[in-house]
Design a protein around this ligand. Structure first.
Ligand SMILES: C[S@@+](CC[C@H](N)C(=O)[O-])C[C@H]1O[C@@H](n2cnc3c(N)ncnc32)[C@H](O)[C@@H]1O
Ligand SMILES: [Zn+2]
Ligand SMILES: [Zn+2]
Ligand SMILES: [Zn+2]
Ligand SMILES: [Zn+2]
Ligand SMILES: [Zn+2]
Length: 429
């Protein structure tokens, strides 16, 4: 057991086939410097190594427990403004007795109640690309999500890796006492701002609750309250995340919710908004075949590339996958969406309805064109190549495996971004 809960069993896939020895690695950390856990599947581990591993784990455990942090928060709130300090280096609220230990550190003073209510702005985003990739919603996208949730009549939101949505709900909707939110996230810093009823330290790659049974029960009760009615789950996982591992955890959360349902309701499913890049569509549909991808482009504050297209920058590739009926989800016309009466859903303005495919076919918001030879719509920059017998970028090298993906053969991505570069099996330690 390591700090992020049980490990996953990985295998290297080369050209669609499993190759070499399988190994256990951390489910949350994709880089060795973040977590040094590595073990071959068939390896015997010495006592000394087990001890060293235990020592390493202890050294990385947070100083305060969640319960400590709840008490500390109360004490912090009781302080006058002039004594409320936050250490930026340690990412920690400071009580007066601790100031000495942080002398020389960069410290923020006069932390207001408003700042405490927006921890995602106080904490610096963890930007380690592969592990945390804490890309925070731009206000416009966050408000869109909340408006959508309110319009659909939900009253409880399970926020999985969406701290900014969680805080917006608490900030806006809860003043009227009409909306509750529970945050599940691996970022333990949030335990400084929320009680155990509001935040569970959770790993969404292996459905692991760090605080054990008690936290599991909090989540179960939250999902099952009012017979599981009026609750929705919103997840925004790091994009380097393994789709299969995420689907496994989301299915566990669905099961947790389903236990509240009577026998007649077995076909009903926990409503979900899963936020993820459009090029993972086929991968997500492998696990949730009834999900639809919405055209809405989710924008982030701290991601230069994933910002709204209308400003001339690159358009965000991030979309919402959902089991709600797309027909009912109104996308804002002022941001460039329209309703397609044939498809019965809102689409990007440039996503033209193709008469031959009988669909609004664009995935990336640009206007796609129909290729009669491929019998489908393709990206506007692609042309049909008679050598390859398919559409591709004009600059592609014909029949050259380097041009496409070495793993699955697809032409639209390289090996490093292949959605199939994934877990081959799952094991627990
Ligand atoms: C792409 S960000 C999404 C943040 C969201 N856009 C927001 O503004 O609220 C990913 C989030 O998932 C969390 N996260 C990363 N790895 C995780 C894991 N293994 N289990 C649970 N949460 C994780 C990060 O701490 C971060 O809050
Ligand atoms: Zn400090
Ligand atoms: Zn259409
Ligand atoms: Zn078409
Ligand atoms: Zn073609
Ligand atoms: Zn070609």
């Amino acid at each position: 057991m390591i700090l992020t809960g049980p490990t996953l069993l990985f295998a290297k896939i080369v050209q669609g086939k499993e190759e070499g020895r399988r190994f256990y690695a951390c489910s949350a950390c994709r880089e060795r410097k973040d977590c040094n856990f590595f073990q071959w599947e068939d390896e015997k581990v010495s006592e000394a190594r087990l001890l060293a591993r235990e020592e390493y784990n202890q050294s990385r455990k947070p100083t305060f427990s969640h319960a400590d942090n709840v008490e500390r928060y109360k004490a912090f709130l009781a302080l006058p403004l002039s004594k409320r300090k936050f250490c930026r280096e340690c990412q920690q609220l400071l009580l007066p007795l601790e100031w000495g230990r942080h002398s020389g550190h960069q410290v923020l003073n006069d932390i207001s109640v408003a700042q405490l209510k927006r921890p995602s702005q106080l904490l610096s985003p963890l930007e380690n690309k592969k592990t945390n990739a804490q890309y925070l919603f731009a206000d416009r996208s966050c408000q869109f999500l909340l408006d959508l949730i309110v319009a659909q009549g939900f009253r409880r939101v399970l926020c999985v890796g969406t701290p900014r949505l969680h805080e917006l709900i608490k900030f806006q909707a809860s003043c009227k006492g009409e909306m509750k939110s529970l945050l599940l996230d691996i970022d333990f810093r949030y335990s400084q701002f929320y009680t155990e009823e509001e935040f569970c330290h959770y790993n969404m790659f292996n459905h692991y609750f760090f605080a054990g049974e008690a936290a599991y029960e909090i989540c179960r009760k939250f999902l099952q309250q009012d017979k599981g009615e009026d609750v929705i789950m919103v997840a925004d996982p790091p994009f380097g995340g393994l789709v299969e591992a995420l689907a496994f955890s989301f299915k566990k959360l669905i099961e947790m919710w389903r236990q509240a349902e009577g026998p007649d309701d077995t076909c009903k499913e926990l409503p979900i908004l899963w936020i993820f890049p459009y090029f993972f569509e086929s991968r997500i549909l492998e696990f949730f075949s009834h999900f639809s991808m919405l055209d809405y482009q989710v924008d982030y504050d701290n991601h230069a590339l994933y910002k709204h297209g209308k400003t001339g920058r690159k358009q965000s590739p991030v979309r919402i996958f959902t089991n709600l009926s797309p027909r009912l989800i109104v996308l804002p016309t002022e941001e460039g969406y329209r309703f397609c009466s044939v498809c019965q859903r809102y689409v990007s303005l440039d996503n033209q309805h193709c008469e031959i495919c009988n669909l609004c076919t664009s995935k990336d918001g640009r206007r796609w064109t129909h290729c009669f030879l491929c019998k489908k719509c393709v990206k506007p920059t692609w042309v049909h190549c008679s050598t390859c017998d398919k559409c591709a970028l004009p600059s592609h090298s014909c029949k050259d495996t380097d041009a496409g993906c070495y793993i699955c053969g697809a032409a639209d991505h390289k090996r490093t971004t292949c959605p199939k570069l994934q877990v081959a099996g799952r094991g627990y330690q």
